[in-house]
Design a binder for this molecule. Structure first.
Ligand code: 3PY
Ligand code: MG
Length: 250
């Protein structure tokens, strides 16, 4: 299968959910819908490292690439995800070129970065460290989230950082930041600005979307969408299922 990294570079349209329920069963149910990838969200859910590895195993069984949104831009968080066999990492709240460089440093082996090689799952438990390092150099996906006004101010510098495969827009945090600063710009205008800058820099760009209609609209302008989450689908489904019965239901 063409690696996820290659597909991102070629801007092939892709759509997949966040997994935020700490459960391999939930992951398996979602994988059955055959999205293009799964993105395990450890930033906003209580999924620990051991469970991340089990959820990656589920993705592997389904033949789907698993990304991990790491808790923070820290070497130990990024190494834990990649050593467990994640196809790549999504690093939240990257607002400066230095922070983007740090993400690359944590995620990539030398010479591009300073990741250390461990005898973990991705390395066949020591059976194939050279192969693991070679595969990681070729295929590891590094994505950084643009979700603050500071990131927008520093966007051209972030886009120029080597080793970043995709910049990912977080509309939720971006709109919170915009509202908090009482600026005149709307979130849509700032997103247009990000899309234009990414286009000029020829960088792939992705965005979070809450539903399929919004994803369809975004996929006319960019190629990578994380759509909702397992928890969102479950809450929407149960809200619908357990809405008060009306006379027609009986
Ligand atoms: C945001 O919208 O802030 C996000 O992080 C979505 O992924
Ligand atoms: Mg966010």
């Amino acid at each position: 299968m063409t690696s996820l990294r290659r597909r991102i570079a070629e801007k092939r349209p892709m759509r997949g959910p966040f997994l935020s329920i700490p459960s391999v069963v939930a992951a398996e149910i979602v994988a059955g819908a055959r999205p293009d990838f799964l993105c395990i969200d450890t930033e906003h859910s209580p999924i620990d490292d051991a469970l991340v590895a089990d959820m990656i195993r589920v993705a592997d069984l389904a033949g789907l690439p698993a990304l991990v949104r790491v808790r923070a831009n820290l070497g130990q968080n990024i190494a834990a995800a990649l050593d467990a066999g994640a196809a790549g990492v999504l690093v939240p709240h990257v607002s400066t070129a230095e922070e983007a460089e740090a993400a690359v440093r944590h995620a990539r082996f030398p010479p591009e970065g300073a990741r250390g090689a461990g005898p973990g799952r991705a390395a066949g438990y020591l059976r194939d460290i050279p192969g693991h390092v070679a595969r990681a150099r070729q295929d590891t996906v590094v994505m950084v989230q643009i979700e603050t006004l500071k990131a927008v101010e520093n966007l051209d510098a972030i886009l120029a950082v080597a080793g970043i495969d995709l910049v990912f827009i977080g509309p939720g945090d971006l709109s919170i930041d915009l509202a908090a600063r009482g600026g005149a710009d709307s979130t849509d205008r700032v997103i247009d600005q990000i899309l234009d800058a990414a286009d000029r820099a020829r960088r792939p760009v992705g965005i979070f979307s809450a539903d399929r209609g919004t994803s369809a609209r975004w996929l006319r302008r960019l190629a990578f969408v994380i759509e909702g989450s397992d928890a969102m689908v479950l809450s929407q489904g149960t809200d619908l299922a357990f809405a008060p019965l009306s006379p027609e239901d009986g």
